[in-house]
Design a protein around this ligand. Structure first.
Ligand code: FE2
Length: 261
């Protein structure tokens, strides 16, 4: 398995291309369609960067998987679909997110809805869906080849903590359960790839940690923290956070699988 990360500086988002070296087929996780809020314009810079890599390495992207309905960037899934006929997937909790935002769910928005415990293969990659709600009801982690897990915004690098839980349908209680009961149950040497990093305290941005490192060192969710302690911390912290700048435009696109209408 080859894992290539791409970083979008404007939103601090990591996109991953995970490929099988034999079949040269890949899953793309959380691709970004860049949006300039000042000029209200879209750009394909992030998509172009991933494409350049895939074409250079002769890799075909068969699937785009969204770890959740993102509130801070627009998904580039439709760009992949258009260029490569890539299939798009998200957790079935997207229906609940649609309800929260009073948007009707459209069956054609995604090629498939994933459910907890489901396994599927892409090329030579074996993927297991782990529903990890808390940040949103549709959050999932993707455990690939029993060696790497892509956790979206459930949990971040040890010094950055955890995802906010104040979006509609979010729950700090559920996030605690998702991380400590489901992700922490994976083997300790499992590589953990996060959905965002902003390089706190001036350190260079990083996308990769391990389950053992999180258990020992994550500042919000580790083996020692109690559920009530986490919920109290998360709830008071969320009260201080601003609404994401691209919330409304992101939801407009992302609830429809990246389609504008
Ligand atoms: Fe998010």
């Amino acid at each position: 398995m080859i894992i290539k990360d791409f970083y979008d500086k404007a939103t601090g988002t990591y996109t991953y291309a995970v490929s099988d070296p034999l079949s040269r087929e890949a899953i793309v996780i959380d691709p970004v369609w860049n949006y300039d809020i000042e000029n209200k314009s879209l750009s394909t810079a992030g998509f172009d960067e991933v494409c350049e890599y895939l074409l250079k390495e002769s890799i075909t992207p068969l699937a785009v998987v969204e770890t959740h309905v993102h509130a801070d960037h627009i998904t580039a899934s439709q760009l992949f679909k258009h260029k490569f006929q890539t299939k798009t997937y998200i957790h079935e909790g997207v229906r609940q997110v649609c309800d929260s935002f009073q948007v009707s769910f459209h069956d054609e928005a995604f090629d498939g809805l994933l459910s907890d415990g489901q396994t599927f293969t892409v090329g030579g990659l074996t993927c297991k869906v782990i529903h990890t709600p808390g940040h949103t009801p549709a959050c999932m982690s993707l455990f690939i080849n029993e060696s790497a897990v892509f956790v979206g915004d459930a949990v971040f690098m040890p010094d950055f903590g955890s995802g906010r839980c104040d979006f509609p349908g979010g729950s700090a209680e559920k996030l605690f359960e998702s991380v400590t009961k489901k992700l922490f149950a994976l083997p300790g040497d499992t590589l953990v790839y996060v959905g965002h990093d902003y390089g706190p305290n001036g350190r260079p941005v990083k996308c990769k940690t391990t389950i053992d490192e999180l258990k020992k060192l994550n500042k919000h969710l580790n083996s020692e923290v109690s559920q009530s302690g986490f919920v109290e911390m998360r709830t008071s912290r969320d009260k201080q956070l601003n609404e994401p700048k691209l919330l409304s435009i992101s939801m407009k696109y992302n609830l429809r699988g990246g389609l504008s209408s």
